[in-house]
Design a protein around this ligand. Structure first.
Ligand SMILES: NC(=O)c1ccc[n+]([C@@H]2O[C@H](COP(=O)([O-])OP(=O)(O)OC[C@H]3O[C@@H](n4cnc5c(N)ncnc54)[C@H](OP(=O)(O)O)[C@@H]3O)[C@@H](O)[C@H]2O)c1
Length: 316
């Protein structure tokens, strides 16, 4: 009997010890990747030009400055020629002639996929393309039931968030595959990271679910070709999309997010949460029961919708 007791205690302690080791090594790895791991030398590793879509505001704009500070030349892709010129001017002012820029004006919501692809094939010809960031994105103006979303908003979300990333990747992959190196980053969203349902922003969250699965699957197809493909997941970031004017630890500025983002480019994880407070949020969210998360998120956005409608009725 005593021998049996001892065996059980030994076995349970052993399992406890293994679990503890797993937690400790997981934590050490997290500290390493979040705070200590140096960013890759993207220029040497992949090539001297980076393409960033939606680079005229928010995360995309902050990212082009990060990439320029690492010595990459920039292909700036956006829909507004004046904002594109302002971004190019700001880069020239900060980095002088060390960083070359080229501008590509394309409104993804009004351009067919094949046209996007053809345009990109034309502009990248002869350039040593190392990095592509599919960042351009649009969301709803506020929490909205699916049947109320304007058809042009649904169309625009699908075209900008889904089609543009797909067709631009289609133009760039053969070029990267030919030289056997390259990095592609798709900017996903905490609205779909596998943690939550996202009612009242359904089409937006679904578009990000597409990007996550697209990145995950295509990254396996091209791993042996030397192309590192990744979906990066931001939670809230203070930009014109979220309309959060103030930043905080959990709602960073676009600059803080983009710095974290750059540190992850080219590292193995196909889907990652690069900014450490967001990573903590995702850890906690994964622990909570789905039914509780679904209820809380729905109530939160219903409240937001009520406040938005109240504000609209006051303005009328
Ligand atoms: N901010 C967040 O909390 C958050 C959270 C999760 C994921 N994200 C994702 O992060 C990415 C960047 O978001 P953000 O917050 O930086 O948004 P943002 O400040 O609104 O910037 C979006 C960028 O996309 C461009 N864009 C929009 N529609 C376009 C179109 N039809 N054709 C070409 N370019 C277009 C915008 O151009 P203009 O300058 O002309 O408007 C702008 O440069 C998006 O994919 C978004 O879904 C953001």
């Amino acid at each position: 009997m005593a021998t049996l007791d001892f065996t059980v205690i030994f076995f349970v302690s052993f399992l406890g010890f293994i679990s503890l080791c797993k937690v400790v090594t997981g934590f050490i790895k997290w500290v390493w990747v979040m705070f200590l791991r140096p960013p890759k030398n993207l220029k040497d590793h992949y090539g001297s030009w980076a393409i960033v879509t939606g680079c005229t505001d928010g995360i995309g704009k902050a990212l082009v400055f990060q990439l320029a500070s690492h010595g990459l030349n920039l292909l700036l892709v956006g829909r507004n020629p004046l904002k594109l010129q302002a971004t190019a001017d700001a880069i020239r002012e900060r980095f002088g002639t060390q960083v070359k820029t080229r501008k590509v004006v394309v409104d993804f919501s009004k351009t067919s996929g094949e046209e996007m692809s053809k345009t990109m094939e034309g502009v990248i010809e002869g350039l040593d393309i190392g990095v592509l960031v599919n960042n351009a994105g649009v969301a709803y103006e506020g929490a909205t039931f699916f049947h109320e979303v304007e058809p042009e908003v649904v169309e625009s979300i699908i075209k900008v968030n889904v089609e543009a990333a797909t067709w631009i990747t289609k133009a760039v992959v053969p070029v990267m595959a030919k030289k056997k190196k390259g990095a592609i980053v798709n900017i996903g969203s905490g609205s779909y990271g596998g943690f939550l349902s996202y009612p009242l922003y359904t089409v937006y969250a679904a578009s990000k679910a597409y990007l996550t699965m697209f990145s995950r699957s295509i990254s396996l197809e091209y791993k042996k070709t030397g192309i590192d493909i990744q979906c990066q997941i931001p939670f809230y970031v203070s930009t014109k999309m979220t309309k959060f004017r103030r930043s905080s630890l959990f709602t960073p500025t676009a600059e803080a997010f983009s710095k974290a983002s750059l540190g992850w480019i080219g590292y193995g994880e196909h889907v990652c949460v690069p900014y450490w407070p967001h990573s903590l949020q995702s850890f906690v969210l994964k622990l909570l029961p789905r039914s509780l998360k679904d209820r809380c998120v729905f109530l939160y956005y219903l409240g937001m919708r009520k406040r938005m409608m109240l504000q609209d009725s006051r303005e009328l």
